[in-house]
Design a protein around this ligand. Sequence first.
Ligand code: PAF
Length: 286
Amino acid sequence: MTETPNLPIVRTVAALRAHTRLWRERGETIALVPTMGALHEGHLSLVRMARVQADRVVASIFVNPKQFGPKEDFAAYPRDERTDADLLAGERCDLMYAPDPAEIYPPGFSTTVSIGALAQVMDGAARPGHFDGVATVVTKLLTQCAPNVAIFGEKDYQQLLVIRRLIKDLDLQIEALGAPIVRAPDGLALSSRNAYLSPAERQIAATLPMVLNEAARSLTGGRTVAETESLARAALSASGFQKVDYVEVRGADDLSRLGPGPLTGPGRLFAAAWLGKTRLIDNLAV
Ligand code: PAF
């Protein structure tokens, strides 16, 4: 593709490092916003947060095959590099890093970064191997770019905690910041996968945040965690979600299971559910 004015696009680690080396030599700080492209307002909010955090902003666009299961939507995942580049240029991003798969996983590549307990529950249990794929690619992106700070959306809250864990365990000198979920006017959390929804599914999808908000209210009102989770599951099924992977209340820092009695301290309420072929996730603080 031709370059977007004011937004250099690099596709190799060497070219990425040529830019970041120059910035570091000048004493400038760097923020990385890792994405899989198909950018929407949620991603752009990450870029805006990055701008506030550092002198230079790099956005990576890489649809990572290793974080998709064999029956998942890797081939169908939306890709529109031209529009992504225009959106990033509009946010005054300094550099777009869009490597080819062979740059990230050259022949012979055989290392996996695997995280313990945090990555075994919820999405880790429902999507075996998913967090190995995320942790492996994020470790590579972080070491390739070596930013001061990296920004991740709180819609993938479990992912944020997994990444913070790997940064700590691997002694990377990078701060991982979480950015608040950006929602459509009807409350649905923005996601590249929302593009898969039919108009009828899109209407049902908006009940996910409604059910979570109602569940949060009843927890605050003293209903037990176990009862709230089971009522929320039933409400999602009644709304038209064909399958509910989980509705769980967990500790916000360590994802420890809270309940089954009433909530005694701050936690996070998580849900994942299917509409046709689309899997939606959401979460909120409780
Ligand atoms: O959240 C995402 O878009 C991806 O999981 C990430 C962090 C870019 C890794 O591929």
